[in-house]
Design a protein around this ligand. Sequence first.
Ligand code: FHN
Length: 562
Amino acid sequence: VSGTALASFAEGAADPAAHANAIENWRELRFGMFIHWGPVALTGREIGWSRGKQTPAEKYDGLYKQFNPVKFNAAEWAEAAKAAGMKYLVITAKHHDGFCIWDSAYTDYDIMSTPYKKDILKELAEECRKRDILFCTYYSICDWWHPDYPTDSPGGRGKKAQHDMPRYVEYLNNQTTELINKYGPIGIMWFDGEWEHPWTKEYGNDLYRSLKALQPDIVVNNRVGKGRHGMAGTTKQDAGNRGDYDTPEQRVGGFNRERPWETCMTICRQWAWKPNDNMKSLKQCLQTLIQTVGGDGNLLFNVGPTAEGIIEKRQVERLKGMGAWLEQYGDGIYGTRGGPFKPGKWGASTCKGKDITLFVMQRPSGGVLQLPDINAKIEKVETLTAGEVSATQADGMLSITLPTEPGDEISDVIRLKLDRNAFDLAPVVVRHVSHSLAYGKAAKASNVYRKQNAQYGPAKALDDDPETRWATDAGVHSAWLEIDLGEAKRVGRLHVDEREWNRVQSYQLEFEDGGEWKVAHSGKKIGAGHEAAFNPVTARRFRLNILKATDGPTLWEVHLLP
Ligand code: FHN
């Protein structure tokens, strides 16, 4: 990201030093609790989005009359965050449904109009501060309930007959100011719902500037304006996009030390409480945290409390499991920066001072992890999990001989102690050794994104490099990638990775036999880490023929295996 772009993101920060300091302090926290909660928990459906869809809007808007979370205990919630090793907490003060879980002077559609009649936010802010947990608030810019906000439910697709956006913007500014004045200092004002047409870049810039003037060390995410790239959460670099950090959602963001970023993700599937929702395993939770921090990002991990005001015991237990792991290995997470070895299937790395921590999550066959060597002397190597470890630096490679047995079901944790500051080392990609017969082989494709072969050609899907991909032009709905193995080889397995792009709807793997293409395997969706086994065929040329895609297919890796 260019310097000017970085500067423009923060233009309007009243006190640049306080602003920079606040971001550094927040980045060091690395792990936070996200809470999506409101009267919608009475229905077990999604907050905001179920209004006017699964739950008629009138019924949804009346839920507050029964909302009486008598089991809410702010100390228990704050304790759950602390036990998880979470250092900050962001709660939906107001989501897209307009309900305010604080005592607001600007509306009666708030917690004080419910049978509960107590100021949730006040209690939670106090209990967080007692435990040195940074208290933060989520505020939705779109408000499908508020009569002045132009769009309506379901999902903002409707339009209110009467509306008054300027008056709504005044309401929004009054409420965000109120949150800071009543419950501040607020760590992060976490905006969302900025994507709808009534909100403008100018509104966002004014709001950013006013918040920074009110509390110079408040951190404001990139959803305050109009510069976010959807769920990828990165910020467009055209001038005038405010926001202190990027916000990839329900995915681990890409390695990026230039721009602070934070992945927000649910521990279950739904943001708000849902009965019997699928919950992620401890391994999934921790490996997500490790991959995120290894990419130099923070993880904001979401729980959805019940209508009675409790966080489900199973979720609290899962978070406790994360906290127990962090008790042991948190020194490699908190206060670190991502890299220098970029995350990948192998695992991830972090650095702090002269130390690099390696989190090895996929043990290489043979037990020796091959990393590109670094421009530093390794003075000591130790394993924080179990067993013995050794390291050699030769021929441009750093070879780590791992303990014979995995040290921990989550990851082996190895500490390298260098002769210099680890953050100064240039980040490097760790090739994932796929043993693919197609690795590095000659390839051609029916289409390449803007004919930029060097950056997006078919060879980029055969290089085991997690950062490169074969890409095709927007609007392409079918394409092929042909591989020449150089000689006939027996192939019985296909591995393809398009990550979360999920554009491929159907494909065939073909092989050339006597001058014609025959089908070895047919499949439907690909997504992230698609594996397929089929009756082995022996041929020199293979072609991945994407028959149907929702838009230009983009594949990070295509592996052909025996
Ligand atoms: O619509 C919201 C959704 O309910 C949730 O709040 C997430 C988490 O940030 N953000 C929006 C979807 O992108």
